[in-house]
Design a protein around this ligand. Structure first.
Ligand SMILES: Nc1ncnc2c1ncn2[C@@H]1O[C@H](COP(=O)(O)OP(=O)(O)O)[C@@H](O)[C@H]1O
Ligand SMILES: Cc1ncc(COP(=O)(O)O)c(N)n1
Length: 269
């Protein structure tokens, strides 16, 4: 049973733990399980948070982060990796170095900067490191509108701005770009995808009237990584992930009293 072909599909999430279970690594693990994909984890940060906000965060020692990567790379057969909360410049650089060192399959970079409640999950001085060290490694980068603006310096008001920002992210080194539209105005939310071959498409869905959106970005990127680990091509992986994400928002579960978590079981089985 040593052949790679016989290995169960495996993905890796490199991110922070959310004590309330709805975002970060917790969301990624739930998403991978829902896709019948085995999740491994490199814990970068531990947060104290709930559906009201983030009450505390600690970044782990960089040595144990490097060791987690080495342990996983020595044994598992990771077919796709995603990153989430990385905290500060030093941790962005450690993670980028490990992603460059090991072959973990396609790399999905979710450039998490600010939590739904407004807490900063990435220091300002780390943004340059994200641009210079992480984006050149990215098979796909998945910023929300605010993150796309921060990374490119382009203010996004129109579809033309959105396309320009996606092109600018490609110019920074990301092969493919998904700008998420959850922070947009109006009744419809539009995600914009620019692929490596320069083709572009949008994914449009109605805005659901809910505050239970804690962990949407993490869940989306983890679903894409899971679909890639299952062998889907990138466009299919994104499209299937969007359907999954929509179902997790549409089929509410009641947990907590603020921005509640998603229903990761929404697709059944
Ligand atoms: N209220 C909502 N109804 C339906 N889809 C939503 C809602 N809020 C967010 N989403 C979807 O979740 C995805 C991620 O949302 P977004 O807020 O842009 O990113 P992030 O969670 O990283 O801040 C997007 O595809 C967006 O369409
Ligand atoms: C550990 C961790 N990682 C990521 C997020 C972002 O999730 P959201 O934007 O939905 O609050 C979070 N709140 N906590």
């Amino acid at each position: 049973m040593s052949s790679d072909l016989q290995q169960f599909p495996q993905m890796l999430t490199v991110a922070g733990i959310d004590s309330s279970g709805g975002a970060g690594i917790n969301a990624d693990v739930a998403t991978a399980f829902a896709h019948h994909v085995y999740p491994a984890t490199v814990v970068v940060a531990v947060t104290a948070q709930n559906t009201y906000g983030v009450q505390g965060a600690t970044l782990l020692d960089t040595n144990i982060i490097e060791q987690q990567f080495a342990s996983i790379a020595d044994d598992l057969a990771i077919k796709a990796v995603k990153t989430g909360m990385l905290g500060d410049r030093e941790h962005v650089e450690i993670v980028a170095a490990a992603l460059a060192k090991y072959d973990l399959g396609p790399i999905i970079i979710d450039p998490v900067m600010v939590a739904k409640g407004g807490a900063k999950l990435l220091t300002d001085d780390a943004i340059t490191a994200v641009k210079e060290k992480l984006l050149p490694l990215a098979t796909l980068v998945t910023p929300n509108l605010l993150e796309a603006q921060q990374l490119t310096g382009i203010t996004i008001n129109t579809p033309a701005d959105l396309a320009a920002a996606a092109r600018a992210l490609q110019a920074l080194g990301a092969q493919n770009v998904l700008v998420k539209g959850g922070h947009g105005a109006g009744d419809e939310l539009t995600d914009y995808v620019l692929l490596a071959d320069q083709s572009a498409f949008t994914l449009v869905n109605p805005r659901l009237d809910t505050t239970r959106t804690h962990g949407t970005g993490d869940t989306y990127a983890a679903a894409i990584a899971s679909n890639l680990a299952l062998g889907h091509d990138l466009k299919t992986a994104i499209t299937l992930a969007k359907d999954y994400l929509y179902a997790t928002v549409a089929n509410e579960i009641i947990v907590g009293h603020g921005h509640g978590p998603l229903n990761h079981w929404a697709k059944g089985e």
